[in-house]
Design a protein around this ligand. Structure first.
Ligand code: F0G
Length: 428
């Protein structure tokens, strides 16, 4: 399959498998990584090739994922299902930077992807792999964004999509996308973790291709977030990346990609990575901070519904990456998430609640003295602001009291009489 020789390898026991058959788990139960043999790869040549593709107007290399094809998935173009994903902006954080107490803070807006989240980067790769393996049906469990993305890419790839979502717990922007793209949407009476368990059984029993981030090809595509940030920074490595953590695939992808660039000599410094979880759904943060063994959280709760996950599938991959980069894990409260969101939004950038863990976490880590205020920091905003308008309205109308969240920085709408006097009074 790949031009650079590669195989699947268990993150737990190291057992190797070739790519001839579909596989998500090792016989020991561990999850799998795509591992490449870099012995004959010239990193500088690769970097020059990627630079030559920057700004390509049409075709495969106009995608911000497939620009890095050699380290994504080197399959024949006829299998590739792409929406020119990636190519998202890297913004100076503005007011959100002041809020976090950082002078050199950038926000990588993955909500600018075709379906409004970073999932499109993993999905273009995952759905292409599905096509390569001849799958006709694909499935995922989702808190919303994965399903929206999968349904769209499956449409383009000519596949049927089957979606497992926790009942009544996903943001409407996301549910509406899944329905509109025609995904067969099954609302599970249970939470995301229940849906995740179910979808793995279903895919195994019914021979449906599984597109959660347990799928190693999803992870390969998501590595491109880090690649693109570095290319946007002319390969100058920031001191920190800060990224929200839910099912823990995305941070695993980030560190895997960075490690590959480092091995190839494309970067010569290792940035630190901070993974931020919502306090009500923070099994990794708990384990990290208390130095205790992994333990799932039974009833995860957070307004950041995208990351309302108690038993993240990629926790082992996540830890491995964090150890490599001397990373940290932090958790943030509901109030901290929504206040940070108010600043991301007021900065004119805007993102959904889960995304704003990056900024809430930045502030917390700066306040704690872990991140230097002068450090160069890149926060990943994972999803579009319009995914979850209910959370925005609730905060600005200060109607989230039942969730223990106050509209600290609320910008409430005002009702006035239709007169000049009333307008004057209202805008003075
Ligand atoms: N931010 C957003 C907006 C997400 O949708 C997700 C995950 C994350 C962060 C966390 O990323 O799981 O790789 O640690 N959403 C998944 C979904 C679970 O189903 O859409 P992660």
């Amino acid at each position: 399959m790949n031009v650079i020789p590669s195989h699947l390898e268990c993150v737990r026991c190291g057992k190797q498998y070739d790519l001839s058959k579909v596989r998500y788990n090792c016989d020991c139960g561990g999850i799998l990584d795509l591992v490449r043999d870099f012995s004959k790869v010239d990193g500088q040549e690769l970097k020059a090739l990627w630079e030559s593709r920057w700004g390509t107007k049409r075709g495969l290399y106009s995608s911000g994922v497939w620009r890095y094809k050699e380290l994504i998935l080197d399959i024949d173009e006829k299998y590739i299902v792409s929406r020119q994903e990636g190519n998202t902006r890297l913004y100076p954080a503005g007011k959100a930077g002041e809020y976090a107490g950082l002078k050199n803070f950038f926000l990588k807006h993955e909500g600018e992807n075709p379906t409004g989240s970073f999932k499109d980067r993993g999905m273009t790769c995952g759905v292409s792999a599905a096509k390569y393996y001849g799958a006709q049906q694909v499935a995922c469990a989702s808190t919303g964004n994965t399903s929206a993305s999968m349904a769209s890419y499956a449409d383009i790839g000519g596949m049927r999509s089957i979606i497992f979502i926790p009942e009544g717990k996903i943001a409407y922007g996301k549910l509406s996308q899944a329905l509109a793209f025609g995904g067969r949407t099954l609302q599970i009476k249970g939470n995301f973790d229940d849906a995740m368990e179910l979808v793995q059984n279903v895919c195994h029993e019914l021979n449906i291709y599984l597109l959660n981030s347990i799928n190693p090809f999803r992870i390969e595509g998501q590595k491109a977030i880090g690649f693109e940030v570095l290319q946007q920074l002319d390969w100058e490595v920031p001191d920190w990346f800060i990224i929200p953590g839910g099912n823990l695939g995305n941070n695993s992808a980030l560190t895997k990609g960075l490690e590959e660039l480092y091995k190839l000599g494309i970067i010569n410094k290792i940035p630190r990575v901070a993974v931020i979880q919502a306090a009500g759904a923070a099994p990794l943060a708990k384990m990290w901070k208390n130095h205790t063994p992994y333990e799932r959280v039974m009833n995860p709760e957070t307004i950041a519904t995208a990351i309302k996950i108690g038993n993240p599938i990629s926790w082992e991959k996540s830890l491995r990456g964090l150890k490599w980069c001397n990373g940290v894990v932090e958790d943030v409260t509901e109030q901290e998430i929504m206040d940070a969101k108010a600043w991301v939004d007021a900065a004119g950038i805007g993102a959904e609640p889960a995304s704003c863990c990056s900024v809430a976490g930045a502030k917390k880590l700066v306040d704690a003295g872990v991140i230097d205020p002068e450090a160069k920091v890149v926060g990943i905003l994972t999803g579009n602001m319009l995914k979850d308008p209910d959370a925005i309205i609730g905060y600005h109308k200060d109607e989230l009291g039942a969730l223990g969240i106050r509209g600290t920085y609320a910008n409430a709408p005002v009702v006035i009489e239709p007169t000049l006097e009333a307008v004057k009074a209202a805008i003075k």
